[in-house]
Design a protein around this ligand. Structure first.
Ligand SMILES: Cc1cc2nc3c(=O)[nH]c(=O)nc-3n(C[C@H](O)[C@H](O)[C@H](O)COP(=O)(O)OP(=O)(O)OC[C@H]3O[C@@H](n4cnc5c(N)ncnc54)[C@H](O)[C@@H]3O)c2cc1C
Length: 382
């Protein structure tokens, strides 16, 4: 029977970053499995590709910041092209309470990198079709887009060069349990035993452990993205704009047009998480019309949906399952999985290789995270 030291289930950004970090530190005999035909074909290949480190949770902000520093200077041999498109990220808010909340958030160094305060109208320098309302705007000059494909490829290539074996079209049907230990996985091609199994299964994170009565609640939320047809008014190097508050809406240049989201977040079963709901498109169009009145005639060119998956407290679930030996989680990356992937992989590798975490970002995260995992588990078991 096939035996491995470590099996990572899921080759999205979470599994790929984990495989790379483990291999980078000399971890041996690692098998990365994915049921899809291509790595990264689920949330990792269906997101908005925005690098935004301002996150209103200090622990997640630290992970984002550490990761962004790595993407800007990943070191020789990681990737041949720049990973960050530093066209700028503008966080905006309407005048009044939203604007005051945004200012409190952005000026708190624990929650955001330094940013330049601008007038709301400054957005029109980047996007002349933007509305003329009143509000505030904060520019994060060296954030913006992230090349998700290049980042994923760099993790996978680096992992493979250091001996990680990858198998696609290899769906894991169930976890194999022996007493209080997970000892491997069952695939269509037969069982594979392992000392440790990591679940990096994105929107499907709850499914495999549920069968073994090891539930951990994750909430998969569907979000739609829409891309408009190419338009000469759109500067392809303009900043990403993200309006915060109840009227949340973001957009960035894409393929000559704009990629935009009305920030919908409907709870879904994972099987439906990537299904395009055409009833949502009129809401996107209505919001787009309000925010971008100068592009009122733009046609939709493309639209799709993907899952943002959250733990109950919206923090990432990274670390060992306290109920059984040999099972670890790298899940619940919500809407920040691409931005934070480097630090996520580092934290996961700490747990896999050292059975603890020494990463600077983990000091605040880990003790709380495990505690929260246990609380979640207790809740789930009741
Ligand atoms: C619309 C949208 C916009 C977003 N925008 C951004 C953004 O701008 N910036 C940002 O940082 N983040 C963004 N995100 C969030 C980001 O995409 C996710 O946090 C991240 O991709 C999650 O990665 P993952 O590896 O956990 O999941 P996934 O990429 O979904 O990977 C999970 C993998 O596990 C595999 N799998 C599952 N079950 C099994 C099984 N039983 N056997 C074998 N394989 C299995 C799947 O095939 C899949 O490949 C966005 C998400 C969405 C949906």
């Amino acid at each position: 029977m096939e035996r491995r030291k470590l099996i990572i289930v899921g080759s999205g950004i979470a599994g790929a970053a984990t495989a790379w970090s483990v291999a980078q530190r000399g971890g041996q005999d690692v098998l990365l499995l994915d049921g899809a035909t291509q790595p990264g074909s689920h949330s990792t290949g269906r997101n908005a590709a925005i690098l935004r480190t301002a996150i209103p949770d200090a622990a997640l902000h630290r992970l984002a910041r550490t990761s962004a520093e790595f993407y800007r200077q990943p070191g020789a041999g990681f990737c041949t092209m720049p990973l960050v498109e530093e066209h700028g990220l503008l966080l905006t808010a309407k005048a009044g309470e939203d604007s005051e909340n945004l200012e409190r958030w952005i000026t708190n160094p624990d929650l955001a990198c330094p940013a330049e305060k601008l007038d709301f109208h400054a957005v029109r320098k980047h996007h002349p079709y933007f509305q003329e309302g009143e509000g505030s705007a904060w520019l994060f000059a060296n954030e913006g887009g992230i090349d998700v494909h290049a980042l994923l490829e760099a993790y996978l290539h680096g992992a493979s060069q250091r001996g990680v074996e990858m198998r696609t079209r290899c769906h894991v049907r169930r976890l194999i349990r022996e007493g209080d230990r997970i000892i491997g996985v069952e695939t269509a091609a037969g069982p594979i035993l392992a000392e440790q199994v990591v679940l990096a299964t994105g929107g499907w994170a709850s499914l495999l452990p549920e069968e073994l009565q090891l539930p951990l609640r994750f909430d998969a939320r569907r979000r739609h993205l829409v891309v408009t047809a190419a338009d000469s008014a759109v500067n392809p190097h303009a900043a990403v704009v993200w309006n915060i508050g109840p009227d949340e809406f973001y957009f960035r240049p894409e393929s000559g047009g704009l990629l935009m989201s009305a920030c919908d977040h409907v709870a879904v079963a994972p099987a439906l998480g990537e299904m395009l709901d055409r009833d949502v498109l009129p809401d996107v169009a209505e919001k787009a019309l309000r925010w971008l009145p100068g592009l009122a005639d733009a046609a939709f060119a493309n639209a799709w949906a993907g899952m943002r998956t959250f733990s109950e407290d919206h923090r990432f679930a990274i670390g060992p399952d306290p109920r059984v030996e040999g099972l670890l989680w790298v899940a619940g990356l919500g809407g920040h999985g691409i931005t934070c992937s480097y630090a996520v992989g580092e934290l996961a590798a700490d747990w896999i290789l050292n059975r603890q975490s020494a990463h600077p970002s983990s000091q605040a995260l880990h003790p709380q995270r495990l505690l929260m995992n246990r609380e979640q588990l207790q809740l789930a078991q009741h």
